[in-house]
Design a protein around this ligand. Sequence first.
Ligand code: ADP
Ligand code: ADP
Length: 228
Amino acid sequence: MIEMEDVYKKYPNGVVAANGIDVRIKQGEFVYVVGPSGAGKSTFIKMMYREEKPTRGTIMINGVNLAKLKENKVPHLRRNLGVVFQDFKLLPTLTVYENVAFALEVIEEQPKQIKKRVMETLDLVNLKHKVRMLPSELSGGEQQRVSIARSIVNSPKVMIADEPTGNLDPETSWEIMKIFEEINTRGTTIVMATHNKEIVNTIRHRVIAIENGQIIRDEQRGDYGYES
Ligand code: ADP
Ligand code: ADP
């Protein structure tokens, strides 16, 4: 369902961040993307939600070739993909509720439906009691839970996460992983770039290691494989 074929990415400054990537990720898989800084993990992830376009190659997600996708079709793609970032990227002037509802309002769901879906999703991330708060009034872990709720409120088939625990303490990181596990158990594919060795070595899933823009290792239930 996610398929990259001979993907090559050269940035305008000449840096080659993907150099012949071939990969297939099936519906429902949980995949960690690991590797040293500068290896090309973010680029790999960004190409999956069309934040970056490959210079050549094909990237198919649910039958759509992202490399050829017209600009005006990108919002539609994003609706079927949840994206979670290290720095949360919440809208600072909107409440928790509004941040999560936003994604449904743009697709013009009925208000009653929106409320039901937003509250169910906030319940899943354990934040129902904070609906009226602003992001600045929340801890980092809570902000990340809001951003997870926002990313899954549309029930996407795929969730992409770039270092989602990068700004969180270890205990909060485990809480976030518990939510990811729950989302994955419900059938959502998760692709997560991470430097968190403890998590990768404890909650075992497929591990794809990238170095110099190439996949150098791809193992089911693999380990992190680096010192830190
Ligand atoms: P990682 O996520 O593994 O740290 P990145 O995908 O961010 O790796 O970066 C891979 C390489 O591409 C690095 O050399 C980085 O400096 C370069 N790079 C990333 N983004 C850009 C950009 N927008 N323009 C130019 N070079 C970039
Ligand atoms: P619970 O609340 O059900 O006890 P936790 O939130 O403690 O679950 O942990 C969720 C998962 O992460 C469990 O599988 C647990 O074993 C694992 N885990 C939690 N904290 C750590 C840790 N510090 N080191 C290793 N594994 C941990």
